[in-house]
Design a protein around this ligand. Structure first.
Ligand SMILES: [Zn+2]
Length: 381
């Protein structure tokens, strides 16, 4: 492994390019490394890193639940590449992703996970509620579908799982029609959940009106590339100044789930609110949200204004990050190496506080470029 690192804290990209598949490289680059600590054995699916049989059993079950429809890896890659490029709001893309992985709590899925419940569909009261029943085959849901002009093109679809059905829909429909179908699926699922939670829900025509007027065909997708816009000034009324003579830095990250691309941003300010330095960076890597947020802090520390010897505060809207930094000696999983990297940074000794701020008061809320990189995905995930 050591031979794949270029420095103590970074991968050797040229070497990775030589030995690994192109599509895997962003995932490798997104994995933080730590050459200062001893290697330890950990089980990544428990909070303390220790293996217990119950956790192993749960993971084995989850693996069995993962769909096997696309056995061909290239096909699977192509499918998800198409999927994440659809012109849909992030929440709907995420919904579809969970749908394909059977991660949505239809009754049959809950039962599969060991819950003892009545499996009958609440909508028709006749059949077992699987995802494909709740969203496609239920007679009550068919009434909604029949209101859509494209229904005639897909009504013969007989796929067993939702993944199979979506693949079939995609083959039969133009891209925009397919996007509309996803909106309808999402609306039906929302409506089902309202019903489930005893909230008011909508009938077919109103449901469609609601979803298509709330989510018209806009451009939802985020332009990829280097982010260069200088962020606007944080409104004074939302911003609390650090003590006189000290500085603060707001750090934030935006990721695109399951896609290579992390946007990092930070703003250094003095106690009067004047911007001392700002930076934005785009990394072609895949990593968890927490690692991205921590990378934003590392980037901010590396770009600490040279003239500044004063103490400073770090502000982030990521609660987990603030907790991780203040935790001592606890196991932090993938985030561990990068937390160590922050703590070991020379500039970190002048940091007096690590503060959690509300998202609305942090960088992204005042920065449409960073925000558009699917921050919404993070909050719904
Ligand atoms: Zn039903």
């Amino acid at each position: 492994m050591n031979s794949l690192f270029s420095t103590e804290e970074d991968w050797n990209e040229a070497l990775l390019n030589r030995y690994f598949h192109k599509e895997d490289i962003p995932w490798i680059l997104g994995t933080p490394i730590d050459n200062h600590s001893e290697d330890i054995l950990v089980w990544p699916f428990s909070t303390n890193g220790h293996y217990i049989v119950k956790s192993g059993y749960r993971v084995a079950r989850e693996i069995n639940l993962t769909p096997t429809c696309c056995s061909n890896m290239d096909q699977t890659h192509a499918w998800w590449k198409m999927w994440w490029n659809l012109n849909l709001p992030p929440r709907m893309k995420l919904f579809g992703w969970k749908l394909c992985r059977k991660w949505l709590p239809a009754k049959s899925n809950l039962c599969h996970r060991g819950m003892k419940i009545d499996l009958t569909c609440n909508n028709c009261g006749r059949f077992e509620e699987s995802l494909s029943h709740a969203l496609w085959t239920c007679e009550k849901v068919k009434k909604v579908w029949k209101l859509r002009p494209c229904y005639k093109l897909i009504k013969e679809s007989r796929g067993h799982s939702m993944m199979d059905l979506l693949v079939e829909f995609r083959q039969k429909l133009a891209r925009e029609e397919f996007e509309d179908v996803i909106k309808v699926l999402w609306a039906i699922w929302e409506n089902r959940n309202r019903q489930w939670n005893n909230q008011p829900y909508m009938n077919g025509a109103r449901l469609l009106d609601w979803v298509f007027s709330s989510y018209p065909r806009d451009e939802y997708t985020c332009e990829r590339g280097i982010i260069t816009t200088v962020p606007s000034v944080v409104p004074k009324d939302h911003w609390s100044a650090p003590p006189v003579g000290t500085y603060c830095v707001h750090c934030d990250a935006a990721i695109q789930l399951n896609q290579a691309g992390v946007g990092l941003g930070y703003i250094w300010r003095d106690w009067s609110g004047n911007i001392v330095s700002t930076g934005m960076k785009f990394l072609p890597v895949c990593c968890p949200v927490i690692v991205a947020e921590e990378k934003a802090v590392v980037a901010a520390l590396q770009d600490r204004p040279m003239t500044m010897y004063n103490s400073y505060e770090i502000r982030s809207d990521c609660k987990q990050l603030v907790d991780d930094i203040s935790a001592n000696d606890s196991f932090l999983g993938t985030a561990q190496p990068i937390v160590n990297q922050i703590k070991r940074h020379l500039g970190f000794s002048s940091c007096t506080k690590f503060i959690h701020v509300k998202r609305a008061h942090n960088l992204a809320a005042n920065n449409p470029e960073l925000y558009s990189c699917n921050l919404e995905l993070i909050s719904t995930y």
